[in-house]
Unconditional design. Structure first.
Length: 156
């Protein structure tokens, strides 16, 4: 540690023994019970800088007692303004698509149809139209569409 750093450290701790140095009611009992090192430290002169300001005027020395009341640091109070928050522009909602008809909701166009009366060559649907088998899991509707067959369900 450099002598300048040690000097700064000693001057930066002015209130280390302020309680032992300040006259407080009932302090006679405390001072009497203080350790011999504390009493010797209290006898040392207060630390001051030499005329050139680079070293201590007297060594060893003790830190200066704290001032009562402790003065406040003169620092300008800077209060910055809050940034202005712009509201997001209102976006027009797109028009809702037309709702599907009730018939489309009740009977969707690609909904699976139930088959009945199935045999090795095909089945009949609920309206009685013949659905012919075209291989495993495949059938051909009366209009000629290739459809998927899963058990008794047909989806075209």
């Amino acid at each position: 540690m450099t002598p300048r750093a040690a000097l700064c450290l000693m001057l930066a701790l002015p209130g280390a023994l302020a309680a032992a140095q300040a006259p407080v009611p009932g302090a006679a009992k405390t001072a009497a019970s203080a350790s011999p090192e504390l009493r010797e430290y209290a006898k040392l002169p207060v630390c001051t800088l030499s005329a050139d300001g680079l070293r201590l005027a007297v060594e060893p020395c003790r830190t200066a007692p704290a001032r009562k009341p402790m003065p406040r640091r003169p620092v300008a109070q800077i209060i910055q303004r809050m940034p202005v928050v712009k509201q997001a522009p209102q976006v027009a909602m797109p028009a809702a698509p037309p709702s599907p008809s009730l018939q489309t909701l009740l009977d969707p166009p690609n909904a699976p149809k139930a088959l009945n009366n199935c045999g090795p060559t095909g089945c009949n649907d609920a309206s009685g139209a013949r659905i012919n088998n075209a291989g495993p899991g495949t059938a051909i509707s009366p209009s000629g569409k290739v459809c998927n067959r899963n058990g008794v369900w047909l989806q075209c």
